[in-house]
Ligand binder design. Structure first.
Ligand SMILES: NC(=O)c1ccc[n+]([C@@H]2O[C@H](COP(=O)([O-])OP(=O)(O)OC[C@H]3O[C@@H](n4cnc5c(N)ncnc54)[C@H](O)[C@@H]3O)[C@@H](O)[C@H]2O)c1
Length: 367
């Protein structure tokens, strides 16, 4: 399975440096000539349970870029599950290639066989460019798959639960910043009205917030604006708005040297993964500007909660919502802790996740 030559050729000596730096347990390179499959499965940490995390298919510019992505994303999954109180470790898989032309039944089932070869150490799910149908095909070769359709006992689309968790995190952060968690009258800019952003807007409408939306998809914007009254703004304009809350729900790394100086909001709370381009530097920059930050992996955990429910068996959506509601308390506690210690909230959240892994790791070793 591990293509040693390919590994050396592609990534050179930096592979193990990367693993050591981020603390990965195992990285598996999967290659299958007949189907053209090239995938990397990264198991970051399995102390709390199997490494569960989605498979992303992307036309990466280089194999090095794919490796970097899978290492970073799998580490994020470890922290996300740990801080959410799930008995799951962190993992992720990336498939290199064009999802519109390369996906065939054989391609997906071959990937399923690679997942199966890890005997449940890694459990897969949907991510970018993966659909429930792909999970069904993977499921023909392994039982270590989630994100199956509801008709097959699966949890279906996790986005409504993710949006609910983000909404809970946003309210908790508002409580800390404004002294109330009511979002009524608050000016909130949602960047990206895809699956999660759209459901988030629904919650904000019910609270009578003043909503601003932007997206690259103009049809989506028009439609959502017509049904909700949200005001459409330009993709770059969003960083200069006079608002209370910025909610990144599209891309990562939108909190960076260029944007933070422009932001006029009091807090940031959104669904996107890896919002801080540089966790330490930009976490501190937000503190300096007096902008509160709801840690992304903490408040967007609704998706993994939904998948975890499915993984446990007897999927129940209400239980997933109930668990996502806990994001409110966890987020508020982290923000208070971060302020008391003068550290970025992301750092406090990572520390809490690492502490749970260490504590439960000891319990597991105890007799
Ligand atoms: N879906 C989930 O359950 C889930 C769970 C955890 C985290 N997330 C993260 O939340 C984010 C949104 O997820 P999603 O499932 O809604 O994805 P999606 O693809 O359905 O929506 C993303 C939206 O952002 C828009 N977009 C892309 N580039 C943009 C730009 N430069 N400016 C403005 N809009 C832009 C897209 O057109 C699309 O409408 C992603 O970062 C994802 O990784 C999603």
């Amino acid at each position: 399975m591990m293509q040693i030559n390919e590994l050396e050729q592609v990534a050179g000596a930096s592979v193990f440096e990367g693993l050591a730096k981020l603390g990965h347990e195992q990285v598996v390179f999967c290659h299958d000539e007949p189907t053209g499959l090239k995938a990397i499965i990264a198991v970051h940490n399995t102390v709390l349970g199997p490494a569960l995390g989605g498979t992303r298919m992307w036309n990466y510019a280089s194999e090095q870029e794919a490796l970097k992505d899978v290492l970073r994303l799998s580490r994020g999954m470890t922290y996300k599950s740990a801080i959410t109180g799930l008995n799951l470790g962190g993992g992720k898989a990336v498939i290199i290639g064009d999802a519109t032309t390369m996906k065939t039944e054989a391609f997906m089932r071959r990937f399923g066989k690679f997942v199966n070869s890890l005997n449940g150490k890694y459990v897969t799910a949907e991510d970018v460019n993966m659909k429930t149908r792909d999970m069904e095909l993977i499921g023909m070769e392994t039982k270590h798959v989630t994100g199956l359709p509801e008709t097959m006992g699966g949890g279906g689309d996790p986005s409504p639960v993710t949006a609910y968790g983000v909404y809970m995190g946003m309210k908790a952060t508002a409580k800390k910043v404004f002294g109330t968690d009511s979002l009524t009258g608050k000016k909130i800019a949602v960047q990206g009205v895809g699956q999660v952003g759209m459901y988030l807007v629904d919650h904000l409408v019910k609270e009578n917030a003043e909503i601003f939306i932007t997206d690259i998809n103009e049809d989506k914007l028009k439609q959502l604006s017509a049904t909700t009254g949200a005001k459409v703004v330009g993709m770059d304009e969003i960083y200069d708005l006079d608002i209370d809350i910025y909610a990144p729900c599209a891309l990562g790394a939108t909190l960076n040297d260029k944007t933070i100086d422009r932001l006029k909001c009091a807090m940031v709370a959104g669904a996107a993964n890896n919002q801080l381009e540089d966790e330490n530097k930009h976490g501190r920059k937000l503190i300096d500007k007096g902008i509160a930050y709801a840690p992304d992996f903490l408040i967007n955990a609704g998706g993994i909660i939904n998948v975890y429910e499915e993984y446990l068996g007897n999927y129940n959506r209400q239980r997933a919502y109930d668990m996502a509601e806990n994001i409110y308390d966890t987020c508020l506690n982290i923000l208070i802790e971060a302020e008391n210690e003068g550290i970025p909230s992301q750092e406090a959240a990572i520390r809490a996740a690492e502490k749970r892994i260490a504590d439960i790791g000891k319990v597991k070793l105890s007799r």
